[in-house]
Design a protein around this ligand. Structure first.
Ligand SMILES: N[C@@H](CCC(=O)N[C@@H](CS)C(=O)NCC(=O)O)C(=O)O
Length: 213
């Protein structure tokens, strides 16, 4: 049985969970205290990050890598187009969202969500410039037609559905405005549309339940 280790409050975890649910792959979800880097955790996830997976072949970390593994092992329903270039464009967008955009915004999370002291003015301004630059890059690629990479639900939607709301919330908390909306990225109707899918509903319900615990 595929085991997904992590936390339902993690956007990276939820990106993989959404793909598992969309594909109808049986899996066990193991919630772990991920700040506690046990030797067992580090053996499976060398950078000490969640999510990581236990597969029939061994352990695996990095959300995008896990998505690729799932796609190779369970090709249908497909989360990548058959055409190699179209598939590469989906991967490109999923990387831009999960690496560039989310990682820039992530610098805000300690102050925005976890009670860390406010950022210094210079750090806050530097991160804002960085996030705005990543948003502009994302905007050049994102289609919202109606899915983020075009007319089909793909792994880029797993990333965008998990990451865009967090980027929006974090920037609103720190800068008083949602920098995605301020840049003209109309992502809220998109998130609502994806949120109507049964798999996404399960991800959101589990996240809400974990947040009130
Ligand atoms: N590139 C990684 C990023 C994963 C990541 O940053 N996960 C966060 C939780 S959302 C984490 O494990 N943070 C704990 C830490 O860095 O110690 C992926 O795509 O899986």
């Amino acid at each position: 049985m595929f085991i997904l280790h992590g936390s339902p409050i993690s956007n990276y975890h939820n990106k993989v969970k959404l793909a598992l649910l969309e594909k109808g792959i049986p899996f066990e979800e193991r919630v772990i205290a991920f700040r506690d880097k046990t030797p067992e955790m580090l053996a499976a996830s060398p950078m000490g990050k969640i999510p990581f997976a236990t597969t029939e072949h061994g352990s695996l970390c990095e959300s995008l890598v896990i998505l690729e593994y799932l796609e190779a092992m369970h090709p249908t329903p497909a989360l990548l187009p058959a055409d190699p270039y179209a598939a590469a464009k989906v991967r490109e967008l999923a990387s831009v969202v999960g690496w560039h955009l989310e990682m820039a915004a992530r610098q805000l999370y300690p102050s925005a969500f976890f009670g860390a002291p406010a950022l210094s003015e210079s750090n806050s301004a530097r991160i804002r410039r960085e996030v705005e630059q990543k948003i502009a890059g994302f905007q050049r690629l994102a289609k919202f037609a109606p899915f983020v990479a075009g007319d089909t639900f793909t792994m880029a939607d797993c990333a965008a559905f998990a990451d865009l709301p967090v980027v929006g919330l974090a920037t609103k908390a720190i800068y008083g405005e949602d920098l995605l909306v301020a840049a003209g990225v109309d992502y809220k109707p998109y998130v609502k549309m994806i949120g109507e899918r049964p798999a996404a509903q399960k991800v959101v319900a589990d996240r809400k339940a974990a947040q009130v615990r």
